[in-house]
Design a binder for this molecule. Structure first.
Ligand SMILES: [Cu+2]
Length: 152
């Protein structure tokens, strides 16, 4: 009887410890890492808006990895810019855009962008004066949710 009681107490203690560990885990500890475009990577003609719908929702502190080869004789240059607002994003107007990663930064294991802010991120490729954005579909919007809302 005493053994059964102490067994139950142990189970209860273990449960308390498990709950404490969960509660003390830093926010974003379950952050995920996404290769933008998956096997297609960051390239002309892939529909990244569809990709976002398929992969989402995204959460704060998730990482986006942009992978693209540096330009050479056979590979066109790509880059990553962030648009300041929806209007510039819609029209692929790069005048006020902020450079996030240059043409060589997507090489190797790629360029990592951590979604630290819960704002709308307007990502585009800035090459050929915006043509990769307008004609090449190299654009997408991500608005990370609070990592506290992650439930899977
Ligand atoms: Cu491009």
């Amino acid at each position: 009887m005493a053994e059964a009681r102490s067994g139950a107490a142990l189970v209860a203690a273990a449960a308390v410890v498990a709950l404490l560990v969960l509660a003390l885990a830093p926010e974003g500890s379950r952050a995920e890492r996404f290769i933008v475009g998956d096997a297609a990577r960051w390239t002309w003609g892939y529909n990244y808006t569809d990709w976002v719908i398929k992969k989402g929702p995204f959460f704060q502190n998730d990482t986006l990895v942009f992978m693209y080869d540096p330009p050479n004789a056979t590979v066109h240059a790509h880059s990553v810019y962030m648009m300041r607002n929806a209007a510039d994003y819609q029209s692929c107007n790069l005048k006020a855009a902020k450079l996030v990663a240059g043409v060589t930064q997507g090489a190797g294991s790629g360029f990592e962008f951590v979604l630290t802010k819960r704002k709308k991120h307007y990502f585009v490729c800035g090459e050929r004066g915006g043509i990769h954005c307008t004609m090449g579909q190299m654009k997408f919007i991500v608005k990370p949710k609070s990592s506290a809302c992650r439930d899977d």
